[in-house]
Design a protein around this ligand. Structure first.
Ligand code: C5P
Length: 240
């Protein structure tokens, strides 16, 4: 497999074409951002950590019956993925109140929710990724009514599987964001990444933050924290 021209440069990843039109080459960058790119820093080692964490999680999800765009790792910081057309929605699932949810509804961070909440945010930097509802998704033609149902169903399934994965390594899954793509045949496939950048992860016994809130809230160095998450995942799931 050959890495070809750059197709897309995001905040934390670069996407390259390959000699296979159905496969992209993703490079995870040593870049941390928050507040939609307003806060930005180079963090050595972060790309490798998120590439490895995402790969392990996607492989684990696959074994739980949830396929993703992930194909395989090609280096510490790079992976191959299936080409999909990304739906411009951030699909967020929440199990415990935190972050923007706590702020918007004035529900104290850490309050368990009676059932998982699924939310949509429109991925549009110029608008600051606004919170939108099903009707907005339809009106903006981001997804059909059936796709909206399928997206929610997939998000809930991912939530159950991820909760199980993290519980096994002593971590409580507070909330997370996923992105979903369409294949050429219209199948919906889990895409992008699942890492401490995109999940809120609290230690089961201490409630210590093991995620990007460390960076967002200036609580310390995120590298040792992400290393801790990777080590726990490897110890539990990496088959020698
Ligand atoms: O900030 P908020 O509380 O809405 O975030 C909910 C979840 O979505 C968090 O786990 C956060 O890491 C994730 N998220 C993300 N990318 C964004 C916004 C939120 O991964 N642009």
């Amino acid at each position: 497999m050959q890495k070809k021209e750059l197709r897309y440069a995001g905040k934390a990843k670069k996407l390259y074409a390959t000699d296979n039109p159905d496969v992209f080459w993703v490079e995870y960058l040593d870049q941390a951002t928050a507040l939609n790119g307003v806060k930005k820093d180079r963090v050595a080692g972060k790309g490798a950590l998120n590439n490895q964490i995402t790969s392990l999680i996607f492989e684990q999800l696959k074994s739980e019956g949830i396929p993703s765009h992930f194909v395989k790792n090609v280096s510490k910081t790079e992976q191959l993925v299936k080409c999909v057309e990304i739906i411009p929605l951030e699909v967020v699932v929440r199990n415990v109140a935190a972050g923007s949810f706590s702020k918007r509804l004035q529900i104290e961070e850490g309050t368990p929710l009676d059932f998982p909440i699924v939310e949509f945010y429109y991925k549009e930097d110029a608008l600051d990724d606004p919170f939108i509802n099903d009707d907005h998704v339809k009106l903006l033609k981001l997804a059909t009514g059936k796709e909206i149902n399928d997206l929610k169903h997939l998000a809930r399934e991912v939530n159950v599987a991820l909760q199980r994965i993290f519980e096994q390594i002593g971590i409580k899954l507070i909330d997370f964001k996923i992105e979903i793509g369409r294949t050429k045949t219209g199948q919906l496939l889990l895409a992008d990444e699942i890492s401490p950048d995109t999940c809120r992860l609290w230690d089961l016994s201490t409630n210590e933050h093991l995620d990007k809130d460390i960076y967002r809230r200036d609580l310390g160095d995120l590298v040792p924290v992400y290393e801790e998450v990777l080590t726990r995942l490897e110890n539990q799931f990496l088959v020698e």
